[in-house]
Design a binder for this molecule. Structure first.
Ligand SMILES: CC(C)(CO)[C@@H](O)C(=O)[O-]
Length: 471
């Protein structure tokens, strides 16, 4: 994806109004490219044909093109950097864009779920079989009908608790903005090594329990499975991948989720903080196969999740940004037993700053090890500077000031915490890279010993930091 130019051939057999936009790290280039693409299609009535546009792009190749119309459910994103000449073929038009005039007697049309294949550009949506050739339609029928959401895929909720009601299916109720939104029924199953092969597994356990949760499922997982991690911190993926042999690794995806959700009962939860989600492959060398692509597309098609697809590099950067917020807010709220807003207390400013300074130094050294042959860009140095990371921490504290952090909830419930996957990563990596991490180590130790302190006590304990930081 270095600076060069390529010609891209786009052929879109798609019905209705088409929107094309770019996603991914080079989104800034989107407007110029999008304008070119759209103008190439402008004036072409996209009904039954396959309008084709040829684009010469100068500079870096945009990594993703999203094709579809204004409903997220119809969009697919297509990697653009695989071949210099790329033929993008979308599936037959979905049922709701069928341009047939409304006729009775249409019961012979069956919907069929397109099975995700290994073809990287497949789109598993409910579609009608595409009749070829289509009869010419009278002009007045050329209109886009309202799009119903795609049918949800079947989901099985795996649990290790035999105490959960054996009655299945169950209904989860999610409340958003005070309105209960029941989900489609879910199968509930105990985690067991026996059972059908698992094609897509979404891991929503806490980091420390992730490896233990997946261990009994190993006989049902293989190189053709896709595993999506959603944990805070860093380390769970490495623990899980150690279970699989080198040639038999599943495809690993990860999602950084900033939504705030809290449980209000056994099968009910409140979506309190509506935020967003970033999803992408964990490794730069991962090519998304059809199954992994399907899972990404299903998640992107959920409007309330507000998901964006990112490449592995950007996913790491977003993971590290979230790690900094978690590294400061989570342990301090757990020690102080306070909501997130209290971390903005001016007495804690030197401690906050010292933790962020250490983390910034570890992250920048870590990123340098990933690109040993080229210096880090100014933009990257700025992105992970103490000043910017400090601002991120402050913004998260402010935006979630009334929330009780996940680590505070864990210590209050007497559960283990994720501190080894958050501050633990900073301390481990700092040790390996020769970067001082004493403050993060001290704070992590307090959480592990279950210490509970007031702001003044913490201020006294870390009082020396005021001088150290020149505050
Ligand atoms: C951002 C955050 C600290 C807000 O509470 C959350 O990630 C948490 O609680 O872990």
């Amino acid at each position: 994806m270095s600076s060069d130019f390529r010609t891209i051939l786009i052929s879109i057999p798609y019905h209705g109004k088409i929107e094309i936009k770019l996603c991914g790290p080079l989104r800034k280039r989107a407007s110029r490219f999008t304008t070119k693409v759209i103008s190439a299609f402008k004036g072409k009535r996209i009904v039954h044909g396959s309008p084709t546009g040829r684009f010469r792009i100068t500079g870096s190749i945009p990594p993703y093109l999203v094709i579809g119309n204004s409903r997220p459910a119809t969009r697919i994103s297509v990697p653009l950097f695989t071949t210099p000449e790329l033929q993008i073929t979308t599936p037959p038009p979905p049922q709701f864009l069928n341009l047939q005039p409304p006729l009775h007697n249409h019961h012979h049309h069956h919907t069929s779920k397109t099975k995700p294949s290994n073809a990287p550009l497949s789109l598993p949506l409910t579609t009608l079989p595409h009749p070829h050739p289509r009869p010419r339609q009278p002009r007045q029928t050329l209109r886009t009908l309202p799009l119903p959401p795609p049918p949800p895929p079947p989901i099985t909720l795996l649990t290790h608790r035999p105490s959960l009601p054996p009655s299945s299916p169950i209904t989860l109720v999610l409340t958003r903005h005070g309105t209960p939104i029941p989900s489609p029924p879910l199968e509930l199953c105990l985690i067991t090594p026996h059972g059908p092969a698992i094609t897509h597994l979404i891991l929503t356990t806490k980091s420390p329990s992730t490896a233990a949760a997946i261990r009994p499922l190993l006989p049902r997982l293989s190189a053709s499975s896709t595993i999506l991690f959603t944990q805070n911190g860093i380390g769970a993926v490495e623990e899980v991948s150690a279970f699989f042999p080198a040639g038999g690794q599943p495809t690993y995806l990860s999602a950084i989720v900033t939504h705030g959700v809290f449980s209000t009962g056994q099968f009910s939860a409140t979506h309190a903080g509506v935020a967003d989600l970033k999803i992408g492959p964990v490794s730069r060398t991962t090519e998304l196969n059809g199954e992994a692509r399907w899972l990404v597309d299903i998640i992107l098609s959920s409007a309330p999740l507000a998901g964006t697809e990112v490449g592995a590099d950007e996913l790491l950067h977003v993971t590290l940004e979230k790690l900094v917020a978690n590294a400061v807010i989570n342990p301090l709220t757990a020690i102080l037993r306070t909501p997130n807003g209290e971390i903005l207390n001016p007495s804690l400013a030197p401690l906050r700053k010292a933790m962020v300074e250490e983390t910034s130094a570890v992250i920048l050294s870590h990123l340098r090890t990933l690109h040993p042959d080229s210096p880090l860009s100014e933009a990257m140095i700025e992105r992970f500077s103490t000043a910017r990371l400090g601002t991120i921490v402050e913004r998260v504290c402010e935006a979630t000031k009334g929330n009780r952090s996940s680590m505070l909830q864990d210590v209050e419930a007497g559960r283990g915490t994720e501190v080894r996957y958050i501050n633990g990563w900073i301390v481990r990596r700092g040790g390996e890279l020769g970067v001082g991490v004493g403050v993060n180590e001290g704070v992590m130790g307090m959480v592990e010993r279950g210490e509970v302190r007031g702001v003044e006590e913490v201020d006294k304990m870390f009082g020396w930091l005021g001088g150290y930081n020149g505050n």
